[in-house]
Ligand binder design. Structure first.
Ligand code: KIV
Length: 276
């Protein structure tokens, strides 16, 4: 059985050979599967707005949604480090509000740390949450909660100035006490430069192979959706597998080959013909 990694264990990965891996997960059944695998970490991401709730983005996800999903994932994955994602509006009103909401997700969700989107501007919030005793994973680059400000889900840090701002943000969240930082949707060469300059581990999604760790959305990498972003590799084709299984079930039900002797209860009831 795998041993659950810890915050100091994650920080110690910096500069080592192991590339730790994380996958998103939103429910108990899938959490049990991840727990049985070699994956080190689970992100109960606010991407559940899209994968579980059918929204167009992450903005409609509430703190209650995050607590609900996080606590069921934690139940299914006792040997896997679980990150709970702070949803839109839960940490940008005031520092006090951010501490209160982070404490709720941490305590009621039972996760091992929280994640929030934002760089330099959110350093004071990160500092306060860490001071309250909650480990923080920062998230910079393409931050989906700010997609409207960015004009959509677009690669960030493409100019020298934008790249410098992202590096400054990475340094600011590190300085504020974040123990790791997610780099999403940035050029691979910028992710490499940031990873080399930070002392905390970086976790990449759409950020190339030089990050200290990697994360993917489960539904994408399992091939449950036909369309996936450019940076995703489908490691399975569950879309075909699941629809194939559903259609086979329909076919066998109609042919009355399912259920059969093996999949029904065969107790003999004396006098069944006398039922009125
Ligand atoms: O919510 C999420 O799934 C995320 C990942 C894309 C990093 O934030």
């Amino acid at each position: 059985m795998k041993k659950k990694i810890t915050v100091p264990g994650i920080m110690a990965l910096k500069g080592g050979d192991k590339v730790a891996t994380m996958i998103t997960c939103y429910d108990y059944t899938n959490a049990k599967l991840v727990d049985e695998s070699d994956i080190d970490m689970i992100l109960v991401g606010d991407s559940l707005g899209m994968t579980m709730l059918g929204y167009n983005g992450t903005v409609g996800v509430t703190l209650e949604d995050m607590i609900y999903h996080t606590k069921h994932v934690v139940k299914g994955a006792p040997n896997t480090f679980v990150i709970g994602d702070m949803p839109f509006g839960s940490y940008n009103v005031s520092v006090e509000d951010a501490i209160r909401n982070a404490s709720r997700l941490f305590a009621e969700g039972g996760c091992d740390c929280i994640k929030l989107e934002g760089g330099t501007d959110f350093a004071p919030v990160i500092k306060a949450i860490v001071k309250a005793g909650i480990p923080v994973c920062a998230h910079i680059g393409l931050t989906p909660q700010s997609a409207a400000m960015m004009g959509g889900f677009k690669v960030q840090g493409k100019s020298l100035q934008a790249a410098q701002e992202l590096l400054d943000s990475a340094r600011a969240v590190q300085e504020a006490g974040a123990f790791m930082v997610v780099l999403e949707g940035i050029p691979a060469m910028l992710a490499k430069a940031i990873s080399e300059k930070l002392t905390i581990p970086t976790m990449g999604i759409g950020a190339g192979a030089s990050c200290d760790m990697q994360v993917l959305v489960a539904q994408d990498m399992l091939g449950m959706n036909e369309w996936v972003p450019k940076f995703v590799k489908k490691f399975a084709d569950l879309h075909t597998t699941i629809i194939g299984a559903y259609n086979e079930y329909v076919k066998e039900s109609n042919a009355r080959t399912f259920p059969n002797e093996a999949t029904q209860y065969n107790a003999k009831i004396e006098g069944i013909e006398n039922l009125k």
